[in-house]
Design a protein around this ligand. Sequence first.
Ligand code: F6P
Length: 349
Amino acid sequence: MPNIAVLTSGGDSPGMNAAVVSVARTAASLDMPLIGIKRGYNGLINTEGKWEDNFVNLDLNTVLDIADLPGTYLRTARCDEFRQHEYRVIAANKLREMDVAGLVVIGGNGSFAGAQYLCELGIPCIGIPGTIDNDLPYTEMTLGYDTAVNTCVDAVRAIRATSRSHDRPHVVEVMGRDCGDIALSTAAATGAEILIVPEVKWSVDEVADKLNRQLQKGNPRATVVIAEGAWNSMEPFDVYSFLKPYGKQVFEGEPMTSNRLASVLKRKCGMAEVRSTVVGYTQRGTTPTARDSMFAFEAGYIAVNLLRKGIGNQVIGMKNGKLFHMPINEALAVKPEFDLRTFNIINAL
Ligand code: F6P
C-alpha cells in the first residue's frame, strides 16, 4: 500500500487531534502507512535537518492518547511561502520522494487553497475544515467551531453573573476573523442584549443608544457581544478625541478596542462602570466538544477512504448534520450567508 500523509495548518482548532486519530485508525485498518507532517506546509518545504524534525510515522501507538488533547499534536503554522509557486513545487516533490499517494489537509480556507495547488501538481488532497471561525460557507459547521462557541458561552455566562452582582454592563469580544457566527451563537445562547458583527455596519452612537434603552427599561447590566472582525464594520469614531479629555491612556490614531468601547459607553450612558473582556485564545486551546470530535472522526474516515480510491481535490463538509464531500474550488467559491434573522431578534430592543 502507498503512504498517505496528514498535516494541520493555519490556526489550531479543537478537534484537529481527533481528526488525526481518525485518519490514523482508518489508515491502519486499511494497511496504509501514514506520515504526519509537522508545522503545516512548512514541514514540507523547510526540510533541512533530521527527518524527525519535520515528519512522524503515525501508527496507532503514536496517536493513542491524543484524541481529546487540545491544540494540535502535529503543530501548525501559517505558511506565507506557499503563496509562491516554487515552494508548492518543492512540497509536491517532497511528497513524491516520500512515496505519498495522498494528503489530508486539516485547516481553513488558506490551507484549502494550498491543497488545491498541490492537487494541480498531481498530489491528491482531501481537506477537513479545521477552524474555529465557521467561515467556510460550503459547510454548516467547521471543526472547532462548536468548542469555540461553548467556550465563549461559558465565559459570557460567568461574566453575566458578575455583571448581575455589580449591576454593570460588559463588552465581551470573541474571535471569528471576518465571520460573526461565534458571536451570534454566543449571544443567542446567553441572552446577551447587544450583538455586533462584521457582517452588519454599526456605530458607537447606535450601540450607546441601545445600551441607554436597556438602562431605561431597568436593565443596568446588559452584555454587548462583539466579534473581533466587527472593528472593520464600525463607522469612523474618533476615540482619541473622545477619551483624551477623561485622562485615558490613548494616543492619536490608535484603533478602537473592547476596553476603549467600554470606556466610551460608560461615559455616553452615564454609568459608574462598563467593563470588558476578550475571550481570546481560550477558544482555540480547549478540549473539543463531543460534537466536534464526532465530526472529526467521521471526516477522517471519509478522507482516507477517498484517498484509497484515488479520489483527491475534495473537501469534507456537513449539510443537515450529514457529512459530504465536494471539489475544493467549488467549496471555496460558495458565498457566505449571515443569519440576519437571529441577529435582528437578539438586537430587537
Ligand atoms: O482563524 C482562527 C483565528 O483564531 C481567528 O479567529 C483569529 O482572527 C486568528 O486566528 C488569530 O490568528 P493568530 O493565531 O495568528 O493570532
